[in-house]
Design a binder for this molecule. Structure first.
Ligand code: SF4
Length: 332
């Protein structure tokens, strides 16, 4: 495909349904000359968002480590020797105190993550109380608790949950290289349960896990061809962690990472594309390129679930230099 791709004619629209992306089309966009790709992504971005606003979320691990799953990138799997100490589910009052601090520091969305295959019945009351408490603070709520059946998703929705994060991680083809304890189809089932219960979907993946660029394109195609685009699309850059199967993975070439962000922006124009894990390994210039390519959401705070994140001071300084403002809650 040529560099003069039409901005609005990239996906095939079927009688008013969501446009379906074809593989060749998506790959051709990913492979555009870099300046053409960025121009196009920035144009789509401006059609849908204020280009100088970035949404801020805060993430808290409410139950760390000891997870029975075998995700090859994760320090929280009990199958890997990462040295991470497992903890029990955090008490509700402690979670709410942390959420209050995050709100005072400017976060508008509070994301709570537990290292589970799926939530157990005995944990549901506490999880529901956390959602209700964070909502009472006036923040949006997001959770990531592993696989959900429809009944669990409905219960979380009734408690007021706004978003549920469940990543597909990579392409269907490469998936088995990364995780064997649950299937790609299992992931899609959970996403359907979340969607059907009326909770907004947060779903993305990780790049830099040794995948081919075609896997990155396929991963984004799976997301863009869901019945509805995820509201948030986190794109993580692998942080190799010693003791995990991907602890020695070679870093992804930064330009390839920016291309992935740009393609996500173009294929899912109204989604918040989140620059997630891996920002500590990115230069300010690389982050700036990601924002230009259409990323408009980040996690703030010193840590993600267990990994490092640039502190607030560093982010504030970068935002000041780039003229970026935090997104108001109403604009999210
Ligand atoms: S990514 Fe989630 S499900 Fe996979 S091992 Fe880590 S905590 Fe468990």
């Amino acid at each position: 495909m040529n560099a003069d791709l039409h901005l609005n004619a990239a996906a095939t629209e079927i009688s008013g349904a969501q446009p379906q992306w074809a593989r060749a089309e998506a790959q051709a966009i990913y492979d555009l000359p870099f300046n053409d790709l960025l121009f196009r992504a920035q144009t789509v971005h401006r059609q849908n968002f204020d280009p100088n606003r970035v949404q801020l979320s805060r993430l808290l691990s409410i139950k760390t480590g000891g997870c029975p799953e075998d995700c090859g990138y994760c320090s929280q799997s009990s199958r890997h020797e990462s040295g991470l100490k497992a903890s029990k589910l955090m008490e509700v009052q402690r979670v709410l105190a942390e959420a209050k601090k995050a709100k005072d520091a400017g976060a508008t969305r509070y994301c709570m993550g537990a290292a589970w295959r799926s939530p157990k019945e005995r944990d549901m009351d506490a999880v529901v109380a956390m959602i209700e408490g964070v909502k009472d603070l006036g923040m949006e709520t997001c959770m990531t608790l592993g696989m959900l059946d429809l009944g669990q998703a409905q219960r979380l929705k009734e408690a007021g949950l706004d978003y549920y994060n469940h990543n597909i991680d990579t392409s269907e083809r490469y998936y088995n290289e990364i995780i064997t304890t649950r299937t790609f189809a299992d992931r899609l089932d959970t996403l359907a349960n979340v969607r059907d219960s009326g909770i907004k979907v947060c779903c993305g993946g990780i790049v830099g896990m040794g995948e081919e660029k075609t896997d990155r394109v396929d991963m984004l195609m799976t997301l863009a061809n869901l019945p509805e685009h995820p509201d948030s699309v986190p794109i993580n850059m692998l942080i190799p962690i010693e003791g995990t199967p991907l602890g020695e993975a070679d870093p992804i070439e930064p330009i390839e990472f920016v291309r992935t962000i740009a393609l996500a922006r173009i294929m899912m124009p109204k989604s918040h594309v989140r620059l997630s894990a891996g920002r500590t390994a990115m230069s300010d210039e690389m982050q700036a390129l990601c924002f230009f390519a259409g990323a408009n959401s980040i996690f703030v705070g010193d840590t993600l679930l267990t990994a490092e994140n640039p502190g607030e001071d560093k982010d504030t300084a970068l935002f000041r230099r780039l003229g970026i403002q935090p997104m108001e809650r109403d604009a999210q």
